[in-house]
Design a binder for this molecule. Structure first.
Ligand code: PAF
Length: 351
């Protein structure tokens, strides 16, 4: 098993469109960091707070040694060279929560080794988005990973990933212009750029992505298929708090009131799903969910869409599924205060 040295937190202060610029000096580890050898669980009294919905592992699990982190491609290569057997990659931007842990657990069940990347990718943020504010706490992330166990962590700085502005770019194609792409036109190109790079570096047998970012998942699958990338992409269902809120790193931006207001997103999706189960056609489903969101206090809708889960094209107004059941994706994006949240639910349209 590889051990990885925690080397400090990357908190860039510079313009996200700039590449390879300086980073702040390295930070000392926090008292509850993963910067020590642990055996599956952190020592008593030092456990990181588990995300809502998470319970501590019932058994110590395998030896976890999250004392070192690969910060460079060379360190990553060294770490990977020591692994035997199959490997699964979980890519994250840090600020880990129960949704990420579900990805790691799924990866753990499927492969001998789990590699987690932690990198806030500047390329996938628009100029007015939250790149600077995005929560960064590597020590807390490592501590949380220590509760589930991983073999390698790759947490590069921006200058390592983008020593210069990339010249060759991934074109994500037309699906990237729909839904999320309407509000975030450069987002998926940036996502695929970094996913392609990290898949190339880690060369895992499989990689796990959350269903919460359904459009991202579909685009990653398309890239992997179109570019003949030798990796199996696996989807993991959305993790929700008990009240239905989809887990997201951006939930940490919400005030107590906003968090309650944010429940309208998942509630609207459930109402839409119920409407479909009662036989309403596509337009009826959309209307039910839209009406609910229109009346939800504190919520400013970006989009609500009922789409084909493969093409992300809107399903026509009267389209049911006669005679069979048709699978559709009801997707929503909305601002709650200044925070933009997304959520989605698979629904069955009945003819
Ligand atoms: O889903 C995310 O957190 C990011 O888009 C990803 C896949 C880690 C790429 O930066």
């Amino acid at each position: 098993m590889a051990c990885f040295r925690w080397g400090g937190v990357d908190r860039r202060t510079a313009d996200p469109t700039a590449f390879g610029n300086a980073v702040e000096p390295r930070q000392p580890p926090s008292p509850h960091s993963g910067c020590r050898v642990s055996t599956g669980r952190m020592p008593a009294g030092e456990s990181p707070p588990l995300p809502p919905g998470e319970t501590a592992p019932s058994s110590p699990g395998r030896l976890v040694c999250v004392t070192e982190v690969a910060r460079t491609k060379a360190e990553l290569a060294t770490a990977l060279a020591s692994l035997e057997g199959t490997s699964a990659l979980v890519m994250t931007m840090g600020a880990l929560h129960g949704g990420h842990l579900a990805l790691v657990r799924a990866a753990r069940e499927a492969a001998d080794n789990v590699v987690v990347s932690i990198f806030v990718n500047p390329l996938q943020f628009g100029p007015d988005e939250d790149y600077e504010a995005y929560p960064r706490d590597l020590a807390a992330d490592l501590a949380l990973l220590g509760t589930v166990g991983v073999e390698a962590v790759y947490a590069p700085e921006a200058a390592e990933v983008y020593p210069r502005e990339p010249i060759v770019r991934i074109d994500p194609g037309p699906v990237a212009a729909l839904l999320e792409g309407k509000t975030r036109p450069t987002h998926f190109a940036g996502v695929l750029q970094v996913v392609h790079k990290v898949l190339n570096l880690v060369r895992p047998d499989m990689a796990f992505f959350g269903q919460k970012d359904a459009q991202q998942l579909a685009l990653v699958r398309t890239m992997v298929a179109d570019l003949d990338m030798p990796v199996e992409i696996r989807a993991v269902p959305i993790e929700r708090d008990v009240d239905g809120l989809a887990l997201s790193s951006r939930n940490s931006y919400l005030s107590a009131t906003q968090r309650i207001e944010a429940l309208a997103l998942s509630q609207a999706l459930v109402l839409g799903k119920d409407a479909a189960a009662h036989g309403l056609p596509a337009d009826g489903v959309r209307e039910v969910a839209l009406r609910y969101l229109a009346e939800a206090p504190g919520v400013r809708l970006d989009y609500l869409a009922l789409v084909d889960p493969q093409t992300f094209q809107e399903i026509g107004p009267d389209e049911g599924a006669a005679p069979a059941v048709r699978l559709a994706l009801l997707a929503v994006a909305a601002w709650v205060g200044p925070t933009r949240l997304i959520d989605n639910m698979e629904i069955e349209l009945h003819g």
